[in-house]
Design a protein around this ligand. Sequence first.
Ligand SMILES: [Zn+2]
Length: 694
Amino acid sequence: METNASNPLLDFSGLPRFDAFRPEHVTPAIEQLIEEAAAVVAQLEAPSDNVTWDNFVVPLEEATERLGRAWGIVNHINHVADTPELRAVYNENQPKVTEFWTSLGQNEALFDKYKAIRAGADYDSLSPARKRIVENALRDFRLGGAELPADKKERFGAIQEQHAAISTRFSENVLDATNDYKLLIEDEAELAGIPDDARDAARAAAEAAGKTGYQFSLHFPSYFPILQFADNRQLRETIYRASATKASDMGTVFSEAEKWDNTQNIAQLLKLRHEEAQLLGYRNFAEVSLVPKMAESPEHVISFLEDLAVRARPFAEKDLTELRAFAKDELGIEDLQAWDVAYASEKLREQRYAFSAQEVKNYFPEPKVIEGLFKVVQTLFSVQITPDTAPVWHPDVRFYRIERDGQLVGQFYFDLYARAGKGQGAWMDDARGRRLATGGIVQTPVAYLTCNFTPPATRDGKLQPSLLTHDEVTTLFHEFGHGLHHMLTEVEELSVSGISGVEWDAVELPSQFMENFCWEWDVLQGMTAHVKTGEPLPRALYDKMLAAKNFQSGMQTLRQVEFSLIDMHLHYDFDPSSQQIVQELIDSVRRKFSIMIPPAFNRFQHSFGHIFAGGYAAGYYSYKWAEVLSADAYAAFEEALEAGGGELLAETGRRFQREVLAVGGSRPALESFTAFRGREPSIDALLRHSGMSA
Ligand SMILES: [Zn+2]
């Protein structure tokens, strides 16, 4: 047996020991932890007539937490410092870990124990957080089919398997159709307007295929520059048609298109979801999807979306009228078509709101931005952030601690720069969660905050700070919002502390909330300093940035609402006995809500991976939903500022901390929001922030 002295992954006494970690530690540690957790599970499965929180939930949580934390370290390193050796052990162990969690979720003996706790005499005396953990566990077992009679359980399992296979085929078809399509342009004159980098990539693709000229594909970075920039209207139409009919019955441009046609896969997926819903006792899949979410019912989501559509529509119409007039007067396009929209919009945006992204970057040196971020957080939530030390996985990684009144609240790693072996994008992940451990000791939360900014560089013998784009600044605030949700929690139960157990349509509330500060003039001034002159961001440049942000927000909002309504209706009104229903449902949503109906050949749903190959079925609305929550929460701070700031602002910060961040997943998100705001969410603030107020 490995010990924690020889294997750092088995040492849970403090922070992860990244300095001692080696790939060869992974397999022995993970195998041992799975074995230990499985042994605990086996003991807990044994019949007992006295199931309590202390003799059941506590040991189960402790055994699985150790596995979760150790695997979390492996997973993290695999994402930020990938090496062939580590990837090999990661891939070797990942199926074992997944299998363990899956079997836990289907363990009926454990389900019975949770039911026994729920029915027991002690249930009423459990804290609200513990009650919620029991309820969540029961809910997840039920949605996983654990309560079905034997014959139905078998069918439920078969549905899951078929669904997974068809869903995989759906995305493979999209990928194959995308990869198969090639558009070769030999005459460079046809490429007028397309930027050099897109042309260079197309020339390289042609060369790699042994051809001369420029080869475009249906991968976004290849085809979108054509739609956005190509002066050649015919070329835009060609690529639009290819993209809009991808993996569909209309995909005639492909050699053997029908083999990638997703028509039947879509119908099958909807049919299986409908059947699953009925097995579980629901009327439709939309109802199933919403059970673990914040939104109450499909009807509620649909009316939320329709309300947003009605409010955004006049602004969308104005956007479109402007675009049509501009296309006619300036571009000579008399009848604006679907393949002209991105092109004309780009030209209009350039003419009206052009500013240099590089010039903006000069005002955002990274140290100044971080100072500004910390200042916002320290002021609003009455905490202090100071540098701290811990073993790290790369010399660029920094470590900080958050304290309130001299008490440690949480700690976090900042891994901000792009480098080889590090995954793309930005994210927050937890190294450990807050809980009250045995012996009354509080385990404080620790977070990983990862970004991919340009590293500082030495120029003329002097180290220049990293300069951030405004998008990168926003990303940093966004991820830090997730971090605050994780670190400022005061919940003592691991499964509902911080972001754990938060409904997933509410999980983006604190992150998108933090983004708003990046558009707050007073905050921006304080966190900008021109890299050469030290001057803060000029107001005129800020105004242009804001106008560009809200450019065509009416049209964009309506488009997102249309996608969300299509997703909702496909999972709400779907009738498995009818064949034509999918396109008909989509058309009827468009007739009601679109201001520009796409061409009849458009089959965008055939590559709508979010809902057919991702986790967003009857959940696409959550993007807009979370924006509404975060904008409305932020509006409370705007109101406090308008009323003079000061103590009122401080009180609003304390209230957000207390009612939203501190409680984490320990109570329903709607309750938390309402407790903070004094009422249910309203869409007004989002419309105002997007420049859509009457
Ligand atoms: Zn996020």
